[in-house]
Ligand binder design. Structure first.
Ligand SMILES: Cc1cc2nc3c(=O)[nH]c(=O)nc-3n(C[C@H](O)[C@H](O)[C@H](O)COP(=O)(O)OP(=O)(O)OC[C@H]3O[C@@H](n4cnc5c(N)ncnc54)[C@H](O)[C@@H]3O)c2cc1C
Length: 586
């Protein structure tokens, strides 16, 4: 897959030699943390191995088409959502994420139903089609609504217990118990038993034939009751990380691209800095710092980036054994006609096969896998030139498939790999054409295929996992998701710090990692940000001078210090485009 940078970072300057905080990775998690900390006046440097910000949200451009490779839809980015709250706190100008009305089309051999942001329409349609199952349908939708309420309640609990006082933790624990009961009702039940209890008709059960858990059958409907589905901003998902990266630099932080951290330095069990290979020449730089926030892959951090012995063997073992989300295949298609002309709309279509088992729908085999089909250009006209369109197909996929996708040693990609992934894409395209759009093949201008190998290569996530650790009992018992690491002041700040991944989890992780730094480095800013996360204060009510008091009190010329750190200001800490310490340009 040929990812092409479409913004060339204006950062030829070497990274700083010393900062308060180094953030590894400019995905949504790392950039959230970095931006909040830079806004609080800390001297922050983000090191990103790719040439652009975004991680999974970076997207790419091919010919005149823009593609997202890792988004079905967004949640909690709309009005009142917790992601939107953080974006609003960062500052004005955050990209809008329009609400979706048509959400998900369930399309199998024997059914075709649409879930909208009025889920009762689907409930009523199902009851009309299957009057003998009316009670079961009603019960299913009532359960989904209750689960949706529990999700909404959970979403408002932004703070990790690691940022809380004992009293706060006790209170939060009681609130969580209520939510736990709601989830517990469905989390334990097998999908078959849960559906059998409500539906006697095979067709009704088939609608959910690809979902691995009962909770996953109920969740989309529950979210729909809360109208919590947004599409990426105009211009694609990359606009979100781009906004954060620009904001971080506006607050005086640095984002250095093509900078791969390969060592985290530790002294007396406390973090001391990082070493990174920077630029096209891969020059080695050492950056000293007080905190390192890692939003990169957890296993790589613990096994390869830290000195031997920094993490004890039993924790390493648990992480190796952790149950993580699988990867995906993403097929990006440029069309010579608008996607609408071929029958696609703003909704995601979930294409399944009636004759395939639940497990087989998630087995990576392209002939059997469930396919999520999106028409991003139907949602956003800026992604394709006038008169053209884009489609994206996604399937769950395992990195071990086809003997590791026919790569060579160390995942070397040769002609066999290219041929294998093209063959994989062809099967999916034929299935979509047969089920939904007979004219599809005739209108394909280009096809780009990202496999689990691609997802791993571009973000470093273990086996190309799309979202990190699953919320399983074993993972929770083993504390796979966590913020504080065994190395003092080394914190996790991306989706590996949370269970259940996705953009909301990454933003939550970045926010909580920032909280843990503010708690000791900027207590006044900690209290303000705590109130934002606890919904006790609105983002627009925060006086910037209070969030970053030292800069307001001490003009940079007079102190010559790295913003708020009390340390001598090093010119290398200034932003790439000549931004200066502090945020006098705000
Ligand atoms: C196919 C697919 C579909 C998805 N669909 C959705 C969806 O519909 N909705 C949703 O909310 N989420 C979805 N997700 C998940 C979501 O994209 C991620 O959970 C989220 O973006 C993770 O953000 P992050 O910052 O934690 O990690 P990442 O995006 O992985 O960012 C980590 C960053 O760290 C950098 N990095 C790694 N190692 C180093 C190093 N050593 N030195 C320097 N930099 C390094 C990487 O280059 C990367 O930029 C999907 C993911 C995939 C793959």
């Amino acid at each position: 897959m040929a990812y092409r940078p479409d913004i060339v970072p204006a950062s030829p300057a070497p990274p700083p030699e010393r900062v308060d905080v180094v953030v590894i990775g400019a995905g949504m998690g790392g950039l959230t943390a970095a931006t909040v900390l830079a806004k609080a006046g800390l001297c922050v440097c983000v090191l990103e191995m790719d040439a652009r910000p975004g991680g999974y949200l970076a997207g790419f451009r091919r010919k005149e088409f823009i593609f997202d490779s890792a988004i079905h839809w967004l949640n909690l980015c709309g009005p009142g959502g917790t992601v939107r709250r953080i974006l609003d706190f960062v500052g004005p100008g955050a990209p809008e994420t329009p609400q979706l009305r048509r959400i998900r089309r369930y399309r199998g051999d024997s059914f075709d139903y649409l879930l909208t942001n009025q889920p009762d329409e689907l409930r009523d349609e199902l009851m009309a089609d299957h009057p003998e199952q009316a009670a079961g349908v009603r019960d299913f939708f009532a359960a989904a609504r209750m689960l949706g309420d529990a999700y909404a309640d959970l979403a408002r609990r932004m703070r990790s217990p690691e940022t809380m006082s004992l009293v706060e933790r006790t209170r939060a624990g009681m609130g969580m118990a209520k939510i736990g009961i709601a989830f517990g009702r469905y989390a334990g039940s097998s999908t078959e038993a849960g559906l059998d209890k409500r539906f006697k008709t095979p067709v009704l059960k088939k609608i959910f034939c690809s979902e691995e858990r009962l909770v996953s059958c109920l969740t989309p409907v529950g979210w729909a009751y809360h109208g919590d589905y947004q599409q990426p901003p105009k211009g694609g998902s990359r606009m979100l990380p781009r906004f954060l990266a620009e904001s971080c630099e506006r607050f005086g932080g640095r984002v250095v691209y093509r900078a791969r951290v390969d060592k985290v330095l530790v002294s007396a069990r406390k973090v001391a800095g990082v070493e990174a290979l920077v630029g096209t020449r891969q020059q080695r730089h050492t950056i000293a710092c007080d905190y390192v926030l890692a939003s990169s892959d957890l296993e790589t951090l613990y096994e390869k980036m830290l000195p031997k012995g920094a993490i004890d063997e039993s924790l390493l073992g648990k992480i190796r054994e952790a149950d993580v989300y699988e990867s995906a295949v993403t097929i990006s298609i440029g069309l010579d006609v608008p996607a609408e002309q071929l029958g696609f709309g703003e909704e995601l279509v979930m294409l399944t096969r009636d004759d395939v088992s639940r497990a087989e729908h998630n087995c990576t085999d392209p002939a059997k896998s469930a396919i999520s089909i999106l028409a991003p250009s139907a949602r956003d006209k800026t992604l394709a030139p006038a008169g053209k369109g884009t489609l994206t197909f996604l399937t769950t996929a395992n990195i071990a498939y086809g003997e590791r996708w026919k790569t060579g040693p160390n995942d070397a990609r040769g002609p066999e790999y290219a041929e294998f992934k093209q063959g994989y894409a062809d099967v999916l395209i034929d299935r979509v054409a047969a089920a939904l759009s007979p004219e599809l093949r005739a209108h394909i201008d280009l096809v780009d295929v990202a496999t689990p190998i691609t997802h791993r290569r571009y973000t470093g996530n273990r086996d190309g996992s799309i979202m990190g650790g699953r919320p399983t009992r074993a993972n929770m018992r083993n504390k796979i998701a966590h913020y504080k690491t065994p190395v003092e002041n080394l914190l996790l700040s991306g989706h590996w710090a949370e269970y259940g991944g996705g953009v909301p989890a990454a933003v939550r992780a970045g926010s909580n990692a920032a909280m843990l730094v503010l708690q000791s480095a900027r207590p006044a800013a900690f209290e303000i940000f705590r109130d934002i996360l606890d919904f006790k204060r609105e983002p627009e009510d925060v006086d910037p001078a209070l969030f970053q008091p030292l800069v307001a009190l001490a003009p940079k010329k007079a102190t010559g210090a790295c913003p708020g750190s009390g340390r001598r200001w090093s010119p290398s800490c200034a932003g790439a485009a000549g931004s200066r310490p502090g945020r006098s340009n705000r």
